[in-house]
Write a protein that binds this ligand. Structure first.
Ligand SMILES: C[S@@+](CC[C@H](N)C(=O)[O-])C[C@H]1O[C@@H](n2cnc3c(N)ncnc32)[C@H](O)[C@@H]1O
Ligand code: SF4
Length: 450
């Protein structure tokens, strides 16, 4: 089938769809799941479970106007110190619930900006985590940082803490774009931070970029990418700007008239990806790129709340305000605002405010959506082998309907199901949405599909 022109496809598929970092997606979590379920689900984890731990640090030194993350500006050390104490109470309680012989293979600190913590706190939090949990010596330990507020002491502290992957926020190097998003960050400053991280031997660096920001053009994102390539990152994440001013107040400071339409957004994304591929990076899932030697390129690939991952742990346990856990029985999420999180930990020692218990249909739909987001394929054989022929049948019927109704060449039938075509790749979230039986059942707003 011939693919329709990408620009008109972009307009047709611009309707809002989730990013599918989970299924069901977070807007469907409800308050029928609380600390009691979270405690029961953690204590029911099988002996010897392999765990992944996520710690959310909801603080930044300054607010970027485009930011969609759960964070606040911390102007003094006091709220951060108080938060770290609460975090320790939560982690201590959870450590007593999980099986004693668990092992932790992945640690991830996200935010916000974990480098808001001072060096001594970085080391203390990592040490306490190792006292409470059985963290493998070879565990992957990733941290997200805002390079504008990084110094030698913090770099040394992250290394001492055992961090072996650092994700650096760049977004865009064009001063005009930076002014429009309230994030001033020169190439030179970023290069100095990269050099410091390399000097102490952090083995893996990721850089985050965003397209679709105010004032960006295909030419300007290409210039930013030229500078990023000089920094030689192992991975590059390329996110489409999610503009949700109804929900995120500070995004109202963004000049909407300077935002690109769906066709131009797609043009910017394509320009970045063509350049990265030409420089030898391989595409990973929808929006990540990695050097061929990087474990993310080798797979197997999974998807979680931080995006694409090589993490195959049995459960993900999230700590801190807004953090989400994925347990075999379902998802749990902590209260998003720090005061609410703090008072819940003080009274109940867990801060679960909502969650979702999986049905057997949720599991199979979640699996199909994760495989589409990661491998861009739908395999009938794999589905039958994992879930049984009877359970798999309704999804196989859905896939058949999709193949028959695809007028745009977004998917290609295979002897065993279908794969997303090269032209359909930018629209994979819209393809996933066809398997989402909850879509449209909540008042949640999602960002544009392209
Ligand atoms: C939690 S932030 C952590 C990075 C660090 N705080 C920084 O900004 O340098 C992770 C990434 O999310 C992305 N991001 C934040 N808000 C976004 C939005 N509204 N749309 C798309 N991506 C966004 C940015 O690329 C950012 O680097
Ligand atoms: S993008 Fe990063 S530094 Fe900027 S406000 Fe969001 S979390 Fe903080």
């Amino acid at each position: 089938m011939r693919i329709a022109p990408l620009r008109s496809l972009a307009e047709r598929y611009a309707a809002p769809v989730p990013r599918y970092t989970s299924y069901p997606t977070a807007p469907h979590f409800h308050d029928g799941i609380g600390p009691r379920e979270a405690a029961a689900w953690m204590s029911e984890l099988p002996k010897g479970s392999n765990l992944s731990l996520y710690v959310h640090i909801p603080f930044c030194r300054a607010l970027c106007w485009y930011c969609g993350c759960t964070t606040t500006v911390a102007n003094s050390p006091q709220p951060v110190a108080a938060y770290l104490q609460t975090l320790e109470t939560e982690m201590t309680h959870a450590a007593a619930l999980v099986p004693a012989d668990h092992r932790v293979s992945h640690l991830h600190w996200g935010g916000g900006s974990p480098n808001t913590l001072v060096a001594a706190d970085i080391v203390a939090l990592a040490d306490r985590t190792r006292e409470l949990f059985n963290v493998d010596d070879a565990a992957e330990f990733a941290v997200e940082i805002d390079p504008r507020f990084m110094d030698r002491d913090r770099v040394a502290a992250f290394r001492q803490a055992g961090v072996n992957r650092v994700s650096i926020g760049v977004q865009d190097f064009d001063p005009k774009v930076q002014a429009a998003i309230n994030r001033h960050q020169s190439y030179e400053l970023t290069a100095r931070v990269v050099a410091m991280l390399c000097e102490v031997g952090i083995p893996s660096l990721n850089i985050d970029l965003v397209y679709g920001l105010p004032g960006q053009t295909q030419a300007s994102v290409a210039r930013t990418l030229d500078q990023v390539l000089k920094l030689d990152p192992d991975r590059v994440a390329v996110f489409g700007y999610a503009h949700l001013p109804e929900r995120i107040r500070h995004q109202r400071l963004i000049d909407t008239s300077a935002l690109a339409g769906p066709g131009d957004r797609l043009g910017q994304a394509n320009r970045i990806s063509r350049k990265l591929l030409a420089h030898g990076y391989v595409r990973v899932g929808l929006d990540h790129f990695a050097k061929p030697s990087d474990p993310l390129a080798a797979g197997p690939l999974g998807r979680n709340f931080q995006g694409y991952t090589t993490d195959t742990a049995d459960a993900l346990i999230g700590f801190g305000a807004s953090a989400i856990s994925r347990l075999p029985q379902g998802f749990t999420q902590n209260a998003p605002r720090v005061p609410d999180y703090t008072s819940r930990i003080a009274s109940r020692r867990l801060a679960t405010a909502r969650g979702f218990a999986f049905s057997s249909e949720d599991r199979i739909r979640g699996y199909v959506i994760e495989r589409l987001m990661c491998d861009l394929t739908f395999s009938e054989t794999d589905l039958r082998a994992r879930f049984g022929a009877a359970e798999a049948q309704s999804l196989i019927d859905d896939a058949q309907l999709l193949i028959e109704s695809d007028q745009d060449g977004l998917i290609e039938p295979t002897p065993d199901g279908f794969r997303v075509s090269e032209g359909g790749r930018p629209f994979v979230r819209s393809i996933c949405a066809c398997f989402d039986s909850y879509l449209g059942q909540s008042a949640a707003r999602h960002a544009a599909g392209v």
